[in-house]
Design a protein around this ligand. Sequence first.
Ligand code: AHR
Length: 491
Amino acid sequence: MAKLIVRLEDRQATISPMIYGHFAEHLGRCIYEGFWVGEGSAIPNTRGIRNDTVEAMRKLRAPVVRWPGGCFADDYHWRDGIGPREARPRRLNIWWHDGESNHFGTHEFLDLCRQIETEPYICLNVGSGTPEEASAWVEYANCAKPTSRAAERAANGQPDPFAVKYWGVGNENWGCGGHFSPDDYAREYRRFATYLRGRSSTPIELIACGHTSPDWNRKFLETLGNLGMIDHLSIHHYYNSGHAVEFSDTEYYNLFPRALQLDAQIRDAATAIALYNKTGRKIGVIVDEWGVWHPEARGDSGLYQRNTLRDALAAAAVFDVFNRHADVLTMANIAQTINVLQCVAQTEGDKMWLTPTYHAFDLYQGHMGKSGLRLDLDGVPTIEARAGDGKPVQQPVISASASLDPTGREAVLTFQNLHLTEACDCEIRLKGGKAAKVAARILTAKDVRDHNGPDAPNRVRPKPFSIAAKGSTLRATVPPHSLVSARIKFS
Ligand code: AHR
């Protein structure tokens, strides 16, 4: 019997809703087709943006969308994407072997964010851009004073500033964003950041590009010196194990330790920040690209991949890591919303279906903005798996997290059984509370390789699940490869 001990009196940091964020790049069919179909399209749309994918994101209460890249960001020139659409220049998208019509630009992105009711996060061009171009974009978007850039924004249909809060100073600047050394990026960062804040009429937060290598981050922060110039440091983590759908059982288990490397990566980034942060204010860690990147997602097919139940379980295990790091983690953005990598929805013409990963986000929605709770596991079986470096790891088959709403009257508990063939008997002990009512849902399928598609859009989706409750003890038998989300009301 596995025991999950939820300590209601031991409140941890608030879980920022931003941890459940998204990323959308001009890549494959993410922006074009996934969101933008154009006003003349037969696909139902609002001002050119398709209604079904917007509705799906709204239902998830998607807190933030990062745009326009990715690698695309450091070769994007924002002026190409404003003004009358028919007059916008056609460019190359060198990273993703595509043409770029620029029909989706700043105004379209910010309209998308309004339709979803989400916070925009714009990534500036450092690699091939200039501080002048980047700061002009901030002024264009956010300046309330009567400057010619603000007037241009008004002439393009937006008199009030957009008040975009999150601005990334480049993307993967150690790679596609300019191949900078940490020292060189620190110098560039200083130059760019100096001219950004003063151009916005509303407070903005700047995100510096970091690395999963602790050395890189330390060198960058040391050379930067003045950490007053950054608000967050970002890292990226992608992983895979075997084929997207036809993976072996061993490959199934090996995906988990690879995903969970994020635990150490977040800790390392936070430690580097703590070492150099003499500002007395919080500088957060952001994971602004993460997810499974299967071998079938290739550049020439727009990084499209099928998403199985395994991917959803791996995402849920990552959410548990994120929830546990709520004290330092200020945002995370899965790659990438629609049709690309570990997306939450896929489309084919006018058809749209949700991926199992969408449902994992949905089952974790209840944690957003709540206080994390300490949760101890006891007697949980383990399975031997291998991390990316080939070293054996004892992977616990249960991963879980819990949170409490501000009134203290309702808790959310999410837990999963990763075992492929064996159900797990779980006893949940609520330390400091008695359950009056429990409502639970489960995400599972006959086969962990099951996925949704145009002809089977609901093959994998949550269903009601029953949990027996008696006072402060709950009991559930969790089927193999399944994820449970329970709302517990206290008496
Ligand atoms: O998400 C796909 C690509 O992966 C992004 O453009 C880049 O930042 C990362 O390497």
